[in-house]
Design a protein around this ligand. Structure first.
Ligand code: CUA
Length: 161
């Protein structure tokens, strides 16, 4: 059977493109190494009780002679601890570092109206530092689907004078 040379060219090209797309998808999966923003350290999600996350909350620390705040947050089905039951309270114009992890499934930690936004991945700790310039409240939302009550998983950061 005779195939016109232009037709043969386009057939080959189309198969070549399909092979290329499949290869690029496979490459994407193989090379995908899911990491949180501000990837800080790995942790055993089953034993957070033996880590800094045993008592989550806001800690006042002194670094380089300055007062700073460290906030350890567990994101869980379906609450931020701290953040949901009571707001995370930090002062304005100080360095605030968030350490965020999850003991159960993938969650999000998105401080609406700021650039603080990360995934919370079991086994990893995300570290994000910011300075809130003025007193106000920020909502925390979970932006990764984490189960049936995902849509009500929210919290609050209260920046005080
Ligand atoms: Cu937690 Cu969605």
């Amino acid at each position: 059977m005779h195939i016109h040379k232009f037709e043969r060219f386009w057939i080959k090209l189309s198969f070549g493109l399909i092979a290329f797309f499949i290869a690029s998808v496979i490459y994407g999966f193989v090379s995908m190494d899911l990491k949180v923003v501000g990837d800080y350290q790995t942790i055993d999600p089953q034993n957070l009780g033996e880590t800094e996350f045993a008592k989550t909350g806001v800690r006042e620390v002194t670094k380089n002679g300055q007062t700073e705040y460290e906030v350890y947050v567990k994101t869980m089905q379906f609450a931020f601890q701290p953040g949901t039951a009571s707001p995370i309270v930090v002062p304005a114009n100080t360095r605030v570092t968030f350490y965020i992890t999850s003991p159960d499934v993938l969650h999000g930690f998105d401080l609406a109206g700021t650039n603080i936004n990360t995934m919370a991945i079991p086994g990893q700790v995300a570290k994000l530092t910011t300075i809130f310039p003025e007193p106000r409240e920020y909502g925390i939302v979970c932006n990764e689907y984490c189960g049936p009550a995902h849509h009500i998983m929210e919290g609050k950061v209260k920046v005080v004078p």
